[in-house]
Write a protein that binds this ligand. Structure first.
Ligand SMILES: [Zn+2]
Length: 273
């Protein structure tokens, strides 16, 4: 079994390998009932009745086949239920099966309950507030447990910064979602993301601001490259060096840059109206 850390009574952080470094991911476990996401390697041993998915990416839905019920946001449900939709949103073709191969128990299955922003899920004596935080995916959600433990999912506060390399990503939505979390940061005791060490409440604000800043740093470099007549892809603006297989990560970077351009066009249009 993975390392489990009790965050409060019957609420555990299930730590993935290397603090959830992809393809692993940290999860939250509500004792004998519910697992939030499923990326930690042996989380299936917990045999949760319910799995609450933060979003549709493979490192979060990898244990769905073991649960009796799966909950997720409507905008992500299709990609959790169907491989075809999963592949379409990744936009890298069949090579995406490489990612699925990391998870022996992965399976696309029905989402039993749709969750929405502001909804309060009651699991025995625990309350989980759904916070819809699109940007990383259209239906990405964070979860606030008992008003004090915040599960950030893939608003992961890593030094890499925000990731938005799929078709349903959106840079402006990502910024707005970070702002939404900033507004509630002061009341949070501990924040846990899928891919990194937990952050104490008093450090959350600063970490969110630093993470958000990455988007503006990238944007500045993209504009500079375009103004100089240079294709921004492969210049270290997003990935300092493409991991293998490089073609996949080059494609992600291209989509991320396109997402910036979509945002800039939107802003330009707005300023002329
Ligand atoms: Zn993700």
């Amino acid at each position: 079994m993975e390392l489990k850390v009790e965050l409060s009574r019957d609420v555990f952080l299930v730590v993935g390998q290397n603090w959830g470094k992809y393809p692993s991911a940290n999860c939250i476990y509500l004792k004998d009932l519910c697992l939030i996401d499923g990326g930690a390697e042996n989380a299936w041993e917990l045999k949760p009745e319910i799995i609450l998915n933060s979003h549709w990416h493979e490192d979060h839905i990898s244990m769905n086949s073991v649960a009796k019920k799966v909950y997720a946001h409507e905008l992500d449900a299709k990609a959790i239920e169907s491989y075809e939709e999963f592949e379409r949103r990744y936009a890298i073709g069949e090579i995406v099966k490489l990612f699925l191969s990391y998870y022996p128990k992965i399976g696309f299955r029905k989402v039993d309950e749709l969750i929405e922003d502001g909804e309060l899920l009651k699991f025995r004596d625990k309350e989980i507030e759904v916070i819809h935080t699109p940007g990383h995916s259209a239906g990405h959600c964070c979860f606030l447990i008992d008003s004090k433990i915040l599960y950030l999912a893939d608003i992961d506060l890593t030094s890499f910064g925000p990731w938005y390399g799929c078709l349903d990503c959106d840079v402006q939505d990502f910024l707005d979602s970070i702002d939404k979390l900033l507004k509630m940061a002061e009341s949070v005791e501990i924040a846990v993301s899928s891919h990194g060490e937990p952050v104490r409440g008093e450090n959350l604000r600063e970490r969110l601001l630093k993470y958000k800043e990455k988007i503006f740093e990238r944007e500045k470099k993209i504009i500079e490259a375009i103004n100089a007549g240079i294709d921004p892809v492969g210049k270290g603006i997003i990935y300092r060096k493409f991991p293998e297989p490089m073609e996949i990560y080059r494609n992600f970077e291209r989509i991320m840059i396109e997402k910036h351009l979509e945002k800039l066009n939107f802003k330009m249009r707005n300023s002329f109206e």
